[in-house]
Design a protein around this ligand. Structure first.
Ligand code: COA
Length: 319
């Protein structure tokens, strides 16, 4: 028995914020953002919440899979922007979709969160007991941004993507590897929303994402090719044998650099970040959803995430 993907779902907020519109408020320009990152638009929540986006994506994945919510035994949400720390977003989604038998919890591994959550779900499924597992990446990062910090606020955005994994005789998940380098813990940070009131003092802390962009760039362009090569070695494949690379949609230049380091044409790297920006844990399942029309049966696909922690994770799939 193995594990395969039975359904995919995606949800984004209604409001689209273009680079032009953003530069009316922030000291930046369409030209700068586009040339440095590849981002043109992003979706920003006005009324939508992480719970709602995660639920919409989940409902679409379940419907695509043709599975009753009652038969889902595991719901894991990867997020760094939950509406509540407790209950977990996974519990709220399970309640909303009627997954009344599911074990539910959230995972925090930032932009690697979807791969980490998938590894946990697949391990639990392979150990037995779980036939169907829903893994969701969902973020409303626009609430966590300092809109005066042009080094971060032009990058991050909101959305959700969901994957319904099911146990099957055919195995689609060929290899996974994840890792962390806590020495880089200070390179991207986001303080927890509450909990800064001690018995003796109230600490003033900036409750927004802070990032050392250049360090993160160097980390991503070094670690991601290494992680991909490790996974390919496990499966005895070469970079040329991969039909589509779906990387965390942080920056077009990072993807082009990784393509160059692997010696494959950059056209093999799927990109949708021009529409959505960096949606952290949601970006890989959202990109997989958008890429699915291009995928052919038997294609080998790499999914690779990287981000705060520092963390990274790569999965090899056979479509
Ligand atoms: N608009 C206009 N100018 C901007 C700007 C913006 N949004 N952000 C920064 N700048 C300016 C800086 O102030 C600086 O100006 P100066 O030279 O006059 O001081 C100049 O652009 C260069 O800044 P720098 O931060 O060195 O830019 P960069 O070329 O490193 O690009 C990033 C910045 C963030 C695009 C780049 O570092 C990056 O992509 N890093 C990876 C970040 C990432 O992907 N994080 C998420 C991972 S999960």
């Amino acid at each position: 028995m193995g594990v395969k993907i039975a359904g995919l779902g995606k949800a984004v907020p209604q409001m689209v914020l273009s680079n032009e519109k953003l530069s009316e408020r922030v000291d930046t320009s369409d030209e700068w953002i586009r040339s440095r990152t590849g981002i043109e638009n992003r979706c920003i929540a006005v009324t939508e919440t992480t719970e709602q986006l995660a639920t919409s994506a989940a409902l679409e994945a379940i419907s695509a899979a043709g599975i009753e919510a009652h038969n889902i035994e595991l719901v894991i949400v990867a997020t760094v922007s939950p509406d509540t720390t407790m209950p977990s977003t996974a519990c709220l989604v399970a309640r909303n979709i009627g997954a009344d038998r599911a074990t539910c919890f959230d995972i925090t591994a930032a932009c690697s969160g979807f791969v980490f959550a998938s590894e946990v779900a697949i391990s639990m499924m392979n150990q037995g007991g779980y036939q169907n597992a829903l893994v969701i990446g969902a973020e409303v990062l626009s609430k966590m941004l300092d809109w005066e910090d042009r080094g971060t606020c032009v990058l991050f955005a909101d959305g959700a993507g969901a994957v319904l994994y099911t146990k099957s005789e055919e195995n689609q998940i060929l290899a996974i590897e994840t890792g962390s380098n806590p020495k880089g813990a200070d390179q991207i940070t986001l303080p927890a929303g509450v909990g800064n009131h001690t018995f003796y003092q109230v600490e003033e802390r900036k409750q927004t994402i802070q990032m050392s962009g250049r360090d993160v760039y160097v980390f991503a362009t070094t670690k991601v090719p290494e992680s991909i090569r490790k996974v390919l070695e496990k499966a005895q494949l070469t970079p040329e044998e991969i039909a589509v690379y779906i990387l965390h949609q942080a920056n077009s230049r990072i993807m082009d650099n990784v393509a160059q380091k692997l010696g494959v044409p950059k056209e093999h790297f799927f990109k949708n970040l021009s529409h959505y920006g960096n949606t952290s844990a949601a970006s890989i399942p959202m990109a997989l959803y958008d890429a699915k029309a291009l995928l052919k049966s038997g294609d080998k696909i790499i999914l690779s995430g990287f981000g705060a922690g520092l963390t990274w994770g790569t999965m090899l799939l056979e479509w």
